[in-house]
Write a protein that binds this ligand. Structure first.
Ligand code: FES
Length: 576
């Protein structure tokens, strides 16, 4: 047990405690809000980082959750302050929220640094908000606890269950093939998102909330509670109570974010069939925490850990079912042999203690380790002359006949080119073709949008084709599926081999062998490389300009080069 701090040792005491003019101003302005000195002086000041806004539908319950968290903080003797941070609503923000993940991380770090804060509750969930707030909090390294937004309720349409994203893509393919009319489509769009909360498939949001629990940064069982369940309110309040104790005990993120906890998170990622985006975010978070993590670690664990969560898009059910089946503690209890059970968590207990009594209540939703959905984990890492620094594929969500495939490339130089030509009936494409999209990576797009589930040409859809091999340096929504090779690194825009592919080149995908190859000889490859010139980057300004100048490649987590450095390494502000 760590020694408890004294009130005079609180970080906020530097602002509020001294008997000088500057501190008097700090006290005076806090009293201006209506607080008495006894409410804040010598008490842990807990920031609630609230990633709410009116256009982020997944976070529409956050104003109520802030009151729940504040209730817990106050009950435990802390002083709660809400610090709003940029919200990243996944669906409405363009060109992509990924462009702004690092912006949110920087904002969180600087909000915590500049203000009289002793500890923080991170309230987030929609895709990039989870890694964004965690990256910022790790770099600042004040005691922190994560409150996941929680998934929304199941969708419904004419007696069928609808899953976020996954069923939109599925039924949209039917619409494009002429099998659904507009009225039916409007019913689907109305029925698929019917409560507050994140996407309820195992998309990026549910994946990242699950991994954050596996990292030890949430209370046990928090990540799967539906957003509108009253248990979610109690979890929020309990997190508020717990962070106050964590401040007194000085329990910082670096205590929890260790090589062992990242390996635990990767094992869980594979067992839940997590979003491919999780790889980028985990690498970025690990680097912030000073933990080395490369793509080969993901692949090694992927080969060892079975897929146990029968959740769309890799399985049949949704997050609400997962919660009723026992949630993440029940799944982790099946993974005991692959986890470091001694890893500490914010609950004060070890991971092993947290899951000691966990049970499965529906063994079709959460499969026992001896009856997995699939024998291997969700994501495979591939390499080859097309991706020297690696690329990924969600191997659990593709048609079996595409696991090994060789076919001719049909190349699109950017997204505008693809949109203009993909449905052209004269496009020389068959079900055996390999569709290639260039210049959709971190620098090329910019921001590495979720364009990687490249559309299947209409003429093939009409023939009944529903999956084919597709390659890009883009990302893909975690709710998506299909034989889409993603995150090809280095990207085309900086001269990666993807930029050298031409129409008709043969490409070989071999997932069991973990290979992706462009089948041209080395001399031709060298000739094309010598002839390649970097396209002029479109003129950007402000943040976008900063982004393209400093973003790392996908295998490095797409963080900014200038944000590297051990946690807590930036000096505290001078109070004068
Ligand atoms: Fe917010 Fe999917 S759109 S989690």
């Amino acid at each position: 047990m760590t020694d408890r701090k004294k009130p005079e040792e609180l970080r906020s005491y530097r602002w509020f405690g001294p008997d000088d003019l500057r501190s008097s101003s700090h006290r005076s302005r806090t009293k201006q809000i209506g607080y008495a000195q006894e409410e804040f002086l010598g008490r842990p000041v807990i920031a609630i980082i609230n990633t709410w806004n009116d256009l982020n539908s997944c976070h529409s319950h956050f104003p109520e959750r802030v009151t729940d968290i504040k209730r817990g903080i106050t009950a435990a003797g802390g002083f709660a302050v809400e610090l709003p941070a940029m919200s990243l609503g996944e669906v409405l923000m363009k060109p992509t929220t990924m462009l702004y993940r690092n912006f949110l991380a920087m904002e969180v770090e600087e909000l915590l640094r500049a203000n009289p804060v002793d500890g923080v509750v991170l309230l987030a969930g929609c895709d990039k908000t989870t890694p964004g707030v965690l990256m910022g909090a790790v770099s600042m390294n004040l005691p922190a606890i994560f409150v996941p937004a929680g998934p929304m309720l199941r969708g419904n349409w004419r007696g069928k269950t609808l899953g976020s994203g996954t069923d939109m893509w599925r039924y949209w393919a039917d619409r494009r093939a002429g099998k659904l009319d507009q009225a039916a489509w409007f019913e689907i769009e109305t029925g698929i998102a019917r409560s507050a909360g994140t996407c309820m498939t195992m998309g990026t949001a549910a994946t990242m909330m699950s991994l954050t629990e596996a990292l030890g940064m949430t209370l046990p069982g928090a990540s799967a509670i539906p957003a509108v369940d009253s248990n979610h309110r109690r979890m929020a309040s309990a997190s508020g109570r717990r962070i106050v104790d964590m401040v007194w005990q000085d329990l910082k993120p670096t205590r929890f974010l260790t090589p062992a906890s990242f390996q635990n998170a990767i094992a869980v990622d594979m067992a839940v069939g997590g979003s491919t985006n999780a790889i980028i975010h985990l690498v970025a978070m690990a680097r912030r925490a000073g933990v080395p993590l490369d793509l080969d670690t993901f692949d090694r664990i992927s080969k060892q850990v079975p897929l146990l969560a029968n959740i769309r898009p890799s399985g049949a059910y949704l997050m609400e079912d997962f919660y009723y089946a026992g949630g993440l503690p029940a799944l982790m209890a099946q993974l005991r042999d692959h986890l470091d059970l001694s890893a500490p968590t914010v609950s004060g207990a070890t991971l092993g203690e947290n899951i000691a009594d966990a049970e499965i209540y529906n063994d079709d939703v959460i499969r026992p380790h001896n009856n997995p959905v699939k024998q291997t984990g969700g994501t495979a890492v591939l390499r080859g002359n097309l991706a020297p620094d690696g690329c990924v594929i969600k191997q659990t969500a593709i048609e079996d006949h595409l696991v090994r495939h060789r076919g001719p490339a049909v190349v699109f130089s950017n997204m505008a080119d693809l949109k203009a030509r993909i449905d052209d009936d004269d496009l020389p494409v068959t079900a055996d073709s390999v569709i290639v999209l260039q210049n959709a990576g971190p620098v090329g797009a910019p921001g590495m949008p979720e364009w990687g589930q490249l559309p299947i040409p209409k003429k093939l859809l009409r023939q009944g084709v529903r999956d084919m091999v597709r390659l890009s340096d883009a990302r893909m929504s975690g709710t998506s599926y299909g034989a889409c090779v993603l995150h090809i690194s280095p990207e085309a825009a900086i001269g990666g081999p993807l930029a050298l592919v031409r129409d008709g080149d043969m490409i070989e995908l071999d997932i069991p062998a973990r290979r992706l190859e462009l089948l041209i000889d080395e001399a031709e490859m060298a000739r094309r490389r010598d002839a390649w010139t970097r396209a002029a980057t479109p003129q950007q300004r402000g943040y976008a300009q900063l982004y393209v100048q400093h973003v790392n490649q996908a295998h490095e987590g797409c963080d900014f080069d200038f944000l590297a450095g051990p946690p807590g390494s930036t000096p505290e502000p001078v109070i004068f």
